[in-house]
Every structure is written in structure tokens, then in C-alpha cells.
Write a protein of this length. Structure first.
Length: 201
């Protein structure tokens, strides 16, 4: 009997070792699978979406506004937005977000549609988005200028003498500039065009 007992102990120890090795192997495989799942899940969660590259809305702060710039040669720092949007046609609540005005330095001059005279305007653009929109405007200055001149050349001087005509021109210029920015940069972001000067002769 003692001989049988001694023979079964090594068999039990061998089975115990195998069971222990299988359990440890299974735990290692499960841990590796979970780790890989977490790693690849995190990668897909941070995968770049188109919205990540779009300009962001700048939330209006309660603090007083900082000075625009110190001196004539220095530009104010561009605003940094924090609110992502799915597209540039997103409806913006002007009470919640900061607005930035960007003046176009050189005036626009063109002949009028009927050939009776010329139109000269100065404009400033407004946006609720961050400095990316301003950089896009600067980068696309030439096609924007061309689009504005084409819209101006189609204007009827009689219609421009009314406030409705001027408002319609504002909407046309806003749409034309946003179209250029969407085509060239993938995002418009211009809220409105304001006249800084307007001369019809």
C-alpha cells in the first residue's frame, strides 16, 4: 500500500504542475489580449477626425478684454478656440462666443455692371472662430480678393443706393469669401462682412 501511495504522489504533483502552467498561460494570454484591446481602443478613440483640424469657437470670457496690441507694428495674438464644431455652417449663438474682426487693409475698386461708374469699398470680416480662420484668410488673400471683385462688378448702382441693396451685398460677399475658404481650406467660418467705406461714382 505504501508503494501505491508513493506512486500516486508524483502523478498528483505532475498533474498539479500542468494545471498550474495552463492557468498561468491562460492568464497571460487574457492579460495580453486585454492590453492589446485597450491600446488599440485608445488609438481608435484618438484617431483624427476632420473636426479636430477645423477652427474652434472661442468661448466669451467674463474677464475684461486684453489690449489689442502694443504699438503699431505688433499684431494682437490670435485667439485660441476650445469648442469643436462638426462643420462651418454650425449655428453660433453670438452671446456665448467671442467675435474677432479682421480688416482687409486694401480697398476694392471695380467698374459697375452697367458701366456708368465705379464702386470702391473697404471691408472688415467677422468670425466667432479662433486664429485658424484669420490665418486661412491671410493664406487665401488672392482668391478672396478675386471673388470679392467679381461680386462687386455685378452690382447695380441703383440697388446699392438702398439699405436693402447694401445688406444683400454683405450677404453675397460673406458667401463668396466662405466659398473660397471652404474650397481652399475645407472650412469657411466668416460670420459677416462689414463696410468700412463705400463710394459709388
Amino acid at each position: 500500500m505504501s508503494k501505491d501511495k508513493n506512486e500516486t504522489e508524483p502523478k498528483k504533483k505532475g498533474k498539479l504542475k500542468k494545471m498550474l502552467m495552463l492557468t498561468v498561460s491562460a492568464l497571460v494570454l487574457i492579460g495580453a489580449g486585454a492590453g492589446a484591446g485597450i491600446y488599440f481602443g485608445a488609438l481608435s478613440a484618438h484617431e483624427a477626425k476632420p473636426e479636430d483640424h477645423y477652427p474652434k469657437l472661442v468661448v466669451r470670457s467674463e474677464k475684461e478684454m486684453e489690449p489689442v496690441a502694443d504699438g503699431k507694428d505688433k499684431e494682437a495674438p490670435l485667439k485660441v478656440g476650445t469648442v469643436s464644431v462638426p462643420n462651418d455652417r454650425f449655428k453660433v449663438d453670438p452671446r456665448k462666443y467671442e467675435i474677432t474682426y479682421y480688416p482687409i487693409e486694401e480697398a476694392f475698386t471695380t467698374n459697375l455692371a452697367d458701366g456708368s461708374g465705379f464702386l470702391q469699398i473697404g471691408i472688415s470680416l467677422s468670425t466667432f472662430y479662433d486664429g485658424k480662420v484669420i490665418n486661412n484668410i491671410k493664406r487665401q488673400a488672392v482668391p478672396i480678393r478675386s471673388a470679392v471683385l467679381m461680386v462687386l462688378a455685378e452690382q447695380d448702382p441703383a440697388w446699392l443706393s438702398t439699405s436693402q441693396g447694401k445688406q444683400r451685398l454683405q450677404r453675397q460677399l460673406t458667401a463668396a469669401i466662405n466659398d473660397v475658404l471652404r474650397e481652399k481650406e475645407g472650412f469657411g467660418g466668416i460670420d459677416n462682412v462689414y463696410f468700412t467705406s463705400l463710394v459709388i461714382q
